[in-house]
Design a protein around this ligand. Structure first.
Ligand SMILES: Nc1nc2c(c(=O)[nH]1)N[C@H]1C(S)=C(S)[C@@H](COP(=O)(O)OP(=O)(O)OC[C@H]3O[C@@H](n4cnc5c(=O)[nH]c(N)nc54)[C@H](O)[C@@H]3O)O[C@H]1N2
Ligand SMILES: Nc1nc2c(c(=O)[nH]1)N[C@H]1C(S)=C(S)[C@@H](COP(=O)(O)OP(=O)(O)OC[C@H]3O[C@@H](n4cnc5c(=O)[nH]c(N)nc54)[C@H](O)[C@@H]3O)O[C@H]1N2
Ligand code: SF4
Ligand SMILES: [Mo]
Length: 755
């Protein structure tokens, strides 16, 4: 097997360490400020290093950090504009109470009234319907400290089993697959491995738009001559430079991976020594793909058989290689199976535990990695422990100083919480950092559910579409208004520093939770003077778990530019690459192959709904859009959702670029402009999901979930499309001006949104 010539040392010599140079005199020479605070971007899981300029307790500007080894002076369009939310006129400055007679449907109230109402309603509902009838939904834009706190708060202050989080819509299929096959829910590689891969396979990720800084690592591999394979129903920007493009039909990835394993076996492109010494279950996995020929897979996936064969040859014969995957293969009703099928390819060729090798998920949300380790999930306790395991429960009870029976059992996952609300089994809800009215599948259903609640409260800094359903809205904190740690998609624990204090009467999220706990009479379990105390407890709680942070201190994290967990004790160097030397996180040290038979997506196209729909992101918007839809410079880049479709499909329907089309599924319809592009499969349309109200893509999506991970099938639905008559109105310049002055642009978080 030929190794590409360029070495790691040559690569560093060629690129950096600091690829981009600051302007002469440094960024500090520009703009007015009285302090600069080193911290990280509040948006995606790459957690780029950023420096905030502060004047008079307000963020006035930013610069990228050159010293942070991940982004080395680079930022994407969202990171560049992130600080503009702080002084936005929509920023919530006080708690609010629903009041039909008030303008906008809410009136400002004081904290005592707000928190007494929340606590009174929690008590009333739990007394009447039982402790689990009050649920909590949370999110992982929050720090590790807040994630840990929320896990404890739900169990010991609310006393409910029903806590889950928005990572349920994001990382859980990857997590379940990694735990099952390799033993740890973390991506196995630091990104410094990417440039060392001789073949780079990206599956189900629009990496150039969603992880722009990671793309620069891919360019470094490409410049060494690494081969690039892209698997996506769309010719995403990164695919335009790929050596091999696999235009997979939505929902069929496990068939493609199965055929590749079939080929690896057929041509004996296998690492027999690795399979024998470091894995179990190869024979079962091989048996499952015995009939998965490239010709068979071609019929299912729509990818020409020759391309599948080529992908197998490149992957099978390269000395090093990485397969990077994200939500495209994970947000399916068989997301976990897709991940297991991808991992099989790494195990079969020995591509784990060494430089430039790995099958790695790319974590999405800012703290999407850390937030899934500290007990934020319905089945989990801190350190990635299992809430049903008696030993794990006993350990956490000892850290919390409570009776083990005080820790409730396993609750239900996010979508099941919404379904239980719809069925009337859950009556009360507290949400923080989650906007399910936009981000949950089947919007009409979500709205109906929230309308049935007897009481709902939301902690947010903007009146999100979800907050608009609340009875009491609690004004929480922005990222730069609090300190703590976060864990990037690489698995690197980093330090978030506070730059400013919350404005008006807004309060830090954790202070709000502590106050509620005290008012519920549970203050003794929440005796923290600051987030640092929470981190110190988190360290102890995580010790001995798979996600072990016990050796991480705030000082070390900052001084060492982050620490990769597990970091198991004082002085432990951290673990950038997992599974070194082929030792996996199981008692026998062996990874597990998994047999992955093919099964189709939950909903398939038919005469009535003949077109595949898939959903996702654009570079300028972030998630449910509450944050980025308020920044005019970002809105201007992509102001409203468009329906991407191939010219052949458009022609057949008599649709031209910019025409309004109505897209309908079994759940609902949306009318939006068509964007006719040749970069998508002709049988598939794509709609980004960052908008609410009648512009929400999730009006169309299906509530079916992956049986293992409970991930909804955001990436596959069947739809029909018809011309709606008329052209799309071009973006109204006045809207942008309004937004420059700060008002929300046609956000749908309005009172009338409530049904
Ligand atoms: N600009 C921007 N960046 C972001 C975010 C954002 O909102 N905006 N969000 C962050 C978060 S939380 C996440 S989770 C990540 C998501 O990052 P990605 O997963 O990269 O983003 P998506 O757009 O959801 O989907 C990726 C790709 O999957 C493809 N796809 C759809 N269906 C299938 C399929 O069946 N098979 C395959 N192989 N591919 C399919 C889509 O065409 C799309 O190009 O991005 C993070 N970064
Ligand atoms: N159709 C479709 N739907 C999808 C997806 C898809 O690809 N297609 N992707 C899914 C994925 S991967 C994800 S991650 C989810 C994300 O979906 P959500 O989690 O619902 O999206 P966010 O925009 O992050 O919503 C977070 C809310 O928390 C607030 N917030 C942010 N930071 C903080 C904070 O520090 N404190 C407080 N108190 N509030 C905060 C924001 O203002 C916002 O209102 O969407 C999912 N939904
Ligand atoms: S790539 Fe992610 S972390 Fe970096 S600036 Fe953009 S949104 Fe922020
Ligand atoms: Mo995500």
């Amino acid at each position: 097997m030929a190794r590409l010539p360029v070495t790691e040392a040559e690569l560093v010599a060629r690129y950096g360490p600091h690829l981009n140079q600051a302007p002469p005199g440094g960024w500090e020479s520009e703009g007015e400020y009285d302090r600069i605070v080193d911290t990280h971007c509040c948006f995606c899981g790459q957690q780029c290093g950023i420096r905030l300029k502060v004047r008079d307790d307000e963020v006035t500007g930013f610069e990228p950090r050159y010293d942070f080894p991940f982004n080395e002076g680079k930022l994407c369009p969202k990171g560049v504009k992130r600080y503009l939310q702080g002084s936005h006129p929509d920023r919530l400055l006080t708690p609010m109470r629903r009041d039909e007679s008030a303008p906008g449907g809410f009136r400002p109230i004081g904290w005592d009234e707000a928190l007494d109402t929340v606590v009174g309603e929690i008590r009333r509902i739990q007394d009447r319907y039982g402790p689990d009838s009050f649920a909590m939904l949370s999110g992982v834009s929050l720090t590790n400290e807040k994630s840990y706190l929320i896990g404890k708060f739900a169990r010991l202050a609310l006393g409910t089993a029903n806590l889950d989080y928005n990572g349920r819509y994001c990382m859980v299929s990857a997590g379940a697959g990694n735990k099952k096959a390799l033993g740890i829910d973390r991506n196995p590689n630091p990104w410094s491995d990417i440039p060392l891969a001789d073949v780079l396979w990206t599956a189900g990720t629009n990496i150039a738009e969603t992880f722009p800084i990671t793309t620069s690592y891919i360019w470094r591999a490409r410049d060494r001559g690494a081969r690039q394979i892209v698997q996506d129903p769309r010719v995403v920007p990164h695919a335009r430079t790929a050596d091999l493009y696999l235009p997979v039909r939505p929902g069929t990835d496990s068939a493609l991976f199965g055929a590749v394993l079939h080929q690896l076996i057929r041509h004996d492109w296998l690492d027999h020594e690795f399979i024998e010494q470091h894995t179990n279950g190869f024979d079962e996995a091989a048996a499952a793909v015995a009939d998965m020929t490239p010709a068979w897979a071609s019929g299912i996936t729509g990818v020409p058989a020759a391309r599948i064969e080529q992908a197998a040859e490149w992957w099978g014969t390269a000395a090093t290689g990485m397969l990077l995957h994200a939500r495209g293969i994970e947000q399916q009703s068989k997301g976990t199976e897709n991940v297991l099928a991808a991992i099989n390819l790494g195990l079969a060729t020995g591509k784990f535990g060494k430089p430039g090798c790995g099958v790695s998920t790319i974590t999405g949300q800012g703290n999407g990695q850390g937030g899934r380790e500290h007990g934020h999930k319905c089945d989990q306790l801190p350190g990635n422990r299992d809430i049903t395991n008696p030993e794990h429960r006993a350990y956490i009870a000892s850290v919390w100083g409570c009776d083990v029976d005080e820790i409730p059992g396993k609750g239900v996952p996010a979508l099941a919480i919404i379904e239980a609300i719809h069925e009337g089994r859950i009556k009360g809800l507290l949400t923080i950092c989650f906007n399910p009215v936009v981000s949950s599948p089947d919007t009409a259903f979500t709205r109906e559910a929230l309308s049935k609640l007897e009481f709902m409260s939301t902690i947010d800094f903007f009146l999100s579409e979800t907050a608009a359903y609340a009875d009491i809205v609690l004004a929480g904190s922005l990222h730069e208004e609090d300190e703590g740690t976060s864990t990037s998609g690489e698995g690197r624990i980093i330090k978030i520093n506070a730059a400013v204090t919350p404005p008006g009467d807004a309060r830090r999220d954790w202070e709000i939770l502590l106050d509620i706990a005290r008012r519920l009479g549970r203050g003794k379990y929440f005796d923290y003077a600051g987030t640092r105390d929470i981190f110190e407890e988190l360290r102890v709680a995580s010790a001995g778990g798979t996600a072990d942070y016990s050796g991480a201190t705030w000082e070390r994290v900052e001084a060492e530019q982050g620490l990769f967990w597990p970091v198991t004790g004082d002085g432990h160097p951290g673990t950038p690459r997992l599974y070194e030397g082929g030792r996996f996180a199981f008692p026998d040290g062996r990874a597990r192959f998994n047999a992955v038979p093919y099964r189709p997506p939950a909903e398939e196209v038919d005469d009535e709904y003949p077109i595949w729909l898939t959903t996702g992101r654009v570079v300028s918007q972030y998630l449910s859009g509450t944050q980025t839809r308020r920044i005019a410079a970002l809105v201007a880049q992509y102001p409203e959702p468009l329906c991407e479709m191939h010219p052949r499909l458009a022609d057949g329907l008599g649709i031209a670029d910019g025409d309004l089309v109505t897209v309908s599924s079994r759940r609902g319809s949306i009318t939006l402009p068509a964007r006719v592009v040749a970069t998508i499969r002709p049988d598939t349309v794509f709609i980004p999901y960052h908008w609410g109200g009648d512009r929400a893509a999730n009006q169309l999506t299906n509530r079916v979930v992956d049986p293992t991970s409970s991930m909804p099938e955001f990436k596959v639905a069947a739809v029909n499309i018809r011309p709606a008559g008329g052209q799309a109105a071009t973006v109204d310049e006045r809207d942008l001006e309004i937004s420059d002055a700060g008002a929300a642009i046609r956000t749908s978080g309005r009172r009338e949104d409530r049904q």
